[in-house]
Design a protein around this ligand. Structure first.
Ligand SMILES: [Zn+2]
Length: 158
């Protein structure tokens, strides 16, 4: 056969900014976080399932949910799972390395039927227990994004 071709490689980085519509329910969700420190879910008008984060369509019965189907949820919930992350990780919200270790939980807010995941301000895995109560901590100056709740904290009630 012919001469072996020489390989070469080109590397470059490029920005690919794009805009997309997040939908009326997500807009309301972020407005309520920012303006009123309220966490909103969407309640299916057919089966009554409360989705958190709010969804436009119920995954169980495929019924559309509208703004009037949004319901306020408690900022408190119950821990169903957790992890402590101990490795470097690029934070997609900043593009930089996220400081570690950090705690991450999966929980159900009171009044919700679906789970959410978020940061928990605990890095000692021995201090996590399934069934623990957690509470949203809101930023003082909010911007209308999920960063308005930087983390949940473990609480003791009663
Ligand atoms: Zn439903």
């Amino acid at each position: 056969m012919g001469k072996k071709e020489k390989e070469f490689q080109i590397k470059w980085k490029t920005d690919l900014p794009y805009n997309y519509s997040i939908g009326k329910l997500a807009v309301k969700y972020f407005e309520e976080l920012k303006e009123n420190k309220r966490i909103m879910g969407s309640k299916c008008p057919k089966c009554g399932k409360v989705h958190m984060p709010p969804r436009t369509v119920c995954a169980d019965c495929l019924v559309e949910m509208k703004l009037e189907d949004m319901v306020e949820l408690s900022p408190r919930g119950t821990l169903e799972g957790f992890t402590v992350v101990n490795y470097p990780f690029i934070d997609p919200t900043t593009g930089g390395m996220r400081p570690f270790p950090y705690g991450y939980g999966i929980f159900k807010l009171d009044g919700a039927d679906t789970y959410m995941m978020h940061f928990v301000n605990e890095t000692d895995h021995t201090k996590f227990k399934i069934g623990q109560r957690v509470e949203a901590v809101f930023k003082e100056k909010r911007e209308g994004n999920i960063g308005d709740i930087p983390y949940f904290r473990i609480i003791r009630e009663g």
